[in-house]
Every structure is written in structure tokens, then in C-alpha cells.
Design a protein around this ligand. Structure first.
Ligand code: C2E
Ligand code: CA
Ligand code: CA
Ligand code: CA
Length: 277
């Protein structure tokens, strides 16, 4: 038993080493990923289940690493945040998304608002407003066609400064939504002071929405959104049961594999045609 324990320890040790080496490699390569065109953006539909139409899309970053293949944003975004690369990456995403969306609108392929995920680090950098204004100008897109998704973790930074930046963004006409709602350091206390347009119910709740206790939480989030005059979006919707439940509680906008996975632009354009948009 003693030697087995030792082996297990060694295995664990090697595993930790491998993960460490991978992280160092990703960290090193991420610096070149942007310049080498290894990053691309996938788009996932947001669907209005009541009107049965597309209401928006979310931009999700992808990294096609030359040796490791597709690396998940769940793995490389934290590295980008630690190294500060997230600021230039977000600048690139904002530009790409606005130019792509303008292109779709011009070609009359689709006219919706596209959202971009925003790390707290970008707020801290103090460059967000400038970056957004630049993207809007360069693409010449309507500001209402851009949305930023923030998380409750913004409360970890200076809340007052975040609110100031959000107010500036709102004055430009950009939309803001609160992502992963219900999982963060829930600052319900000042939710009413943060200028947002929508709440996104975290997919963890949707996944477990057969449980009465999770149903209670979902209903409460929908009620809060209603009282604060915010739209509500359900994330990670995969089944008809989930849709039925959400609609019965008054949530009409859904995002999830049931409607469409995140897609590259080519696949998305085919999806739009297939879905009559
Ligand atoms: P998120 O913003 O909460 O995005 C939702 C995630 O859930 C996405 O994972 C999406 O592909 C996945 N998803 C959507 N529908 C379903 C479903 O029905 N079932 C399941 N199981 N999953 C679903 P993804 O694309 O791997 O992104 C992970 C996270 O990485 C995002 O979570 C976001 O926090 C971050 N991220 C992605 N792109 C960016 C970016 O450009 N900037 C920043 N700062 N973060 C990003
Ligand atoms: Ca339709
Ligand atoms: Ca998001
Ligand atoms: Ca989310």
C-alpha cells in the first residue's frame, strides 16, 4: 500500500508538471497568437422563443494553436488576464466583431446586436471606452449593434469607477449585460446602480432546472430582472423541457446548443439561411 501511495504521488506530480509545462507554453505562444492570425471568433445565436426569431449573437474567442490544436478560452483567457495580453486581445475582438457585423448588415445577411465578453482587467486598464469608440468609428456601425457582457466580478475592482465607465459606454449607445448572473460575488446590493440592459442567467442553473430549488432561483432572477426593467437571457439551453419551463416563468430569450452552437462565420451564414433569417 505504501509503494502504491508513492506511485500515486509520482503520477500526481508528473501530471502537475505537465500542466505547468503546458501553461508556460501557452503563455509564451499567446503573445504571438494575435500576430500569427491564430485567433478567431465564433458566434452563437440568441433566440427569442416567443417571437421565434434571432435577437442577437455572442462573440466567443477561439485559439487554433499550431501544435496543440483548439485551445479553449476557459484555458487561455485566464492566462491572457494574468499577462495583461487581454487588453490587446479585447481590442482586436471589438474591432473584428464590429467590422464583421457591419459587413453582415451591409450585405443584408443579418441585423442584430453582437455581444463581446469583457474581462475586469480591461476595465482596470482604463482603455475600454477609447477602444470601444475606436471600433465603432472604424466600422461605422450603429452603437446599438454592440453589447458588452460583464460579470459580477467587476465588483472586485473599484465599483464606482466601473459604474463611471459603464455610464460613459451607455452614453455612446452601447448595450451592457450582466453575464453568469447568480454565481459571482453577488453584489445584489448595488445591482440597481450598475447601468445594464440585461441579465444572463448562468447555465449552471439551467442545467439543473428540473430541481425545484433551482427553479426557485431562476424564477427569482427573472422577477428581479422584471422589477429592474432588465431583459433576461437564459444561457446553456439544451432541451425542450428547459425551454418550456423558462417560457412558463416569463423568460423569452434563450441561448444554447438547442438553438445553435458557437459557429465560425461561414457555418453561421449557412445556419442563418437554414433558419430563415
Ligand atoms: P461565457 O461568456 O459564459 O460563454 C458561454 C460558454 O458556454 C461558451 O463557452 C459557450 O460555448 C458555452 N455554451 C453555450 N451554450 C451552451 C450549451 O447549451 N451547453 C453547454 N454545455 N455549453 C454552452 P466557451 O466558448 O468555451 O467560452 C468560455 C468562456 O470564455 C466564456 O464563458 C467567457 O467567459 C470566456 N470568453 C470567451 N471569449 C471571450 C472573449 O473574447 N473575451 C473574454 N474576456 N472572455 C471570453
Ligand atoms: Ca425566423
Ligand atoms: Ca458571455
Ligand atoms: Ca455566461
Amino acid at each position: 500500500a505504501k509503494s502504491a501511495g508513492k506511485n500515486q504521488y509520482q503520477l500526481f506530480d508528473e501530471e502537475t508538471d505537465r500542466m505547468h509545462v503546458r501553461k508556460l507554453e501557452l503563455e509564451r505562444d499567446l503573445r504571438k497568437a494575435l500576430a500569427n492570425n491564430e485567433l478567431c471568433i465564433y458566434y452563437q445565436p440568441k433566440w427569442d422563443a416567443e417571437l421565434d426569431c434571432l435577437t442577437g449573437m455572442e462573440a466567443l474567442l477561439r485559439w487554433n494553436h499550431p501544435r496543440l490544436g483548439m485551445v479553449s478560452p476557459a484555458e487561455f483567457i485566464p492566462i491572457a488576464e494574468e499577462t495583461g495580453l487581454i487588453v490587446s486581445m479585447t481590442r482586436w475582438v471589438l474591432n473584428e466583431v464590429c467590422i464583421q457585423n457591419r459587413e453582415w448588415q451591409k450585405r443584408d445577411i443579418v441585423h442584430v446586436c453582437v455581444s463581446v465578453n469583457m474581462s475586469i482587467r480591461v476595465f482596470e486598464s482604463g482603455m475600454l471606452c477609447e477602444m470601444v469608440e475606436e471600433s465603432l468609428q472604424e466600422s461605422n456601425i450603429d452603437s446599438g449593434s454592440l453589447e458588452l457582457e460583464i460579470t459580477e466580478s467587476i465588483a472586485m475592482y473599484d465599483v464606482q469607477d466601473t459604474i463611471r465607465q459603464l455610464q460613459h459606454l451607455k452614453s455612446l449607445g452601447v448595450r451592457v449585460s450582466m453575464d453568469d448572473f447568480g454565481t459571482g460575488y453577488s453584489s445584489l446590493g448595488n445591482l440597481d446602480e450598475i447601468p445594464i440592459d440585461a441579465l444572463k442567467i448562468d447555465q449552471m442553473f439551467i442545467r439543473q432546472s428540473a430541481q425545484p430549488s433551482k427553479q426557485a432561483i431562476i424564477s427569482t432572477i427573472i422577477a428581479i430582472a422584471g422589477h429592474l426593467k432588465l431583459e433576461v437571457v437564459a444561457e446553456g439551453v439544451e432541451t425542450e423541457e428547459q425551454i418550456g419551463f423558462l417560457q412558463s416563468r416569463g423568460c423569452r430569450v434563450m441561448q444554447g446548443y438547442y438553438y445553435g452552437k458557437p459557429m465560425d462565420t461561414e457555418t453561421l451564414e449557412a445556419w442563418l439561411i437554414a433558419n430563415n433569417e
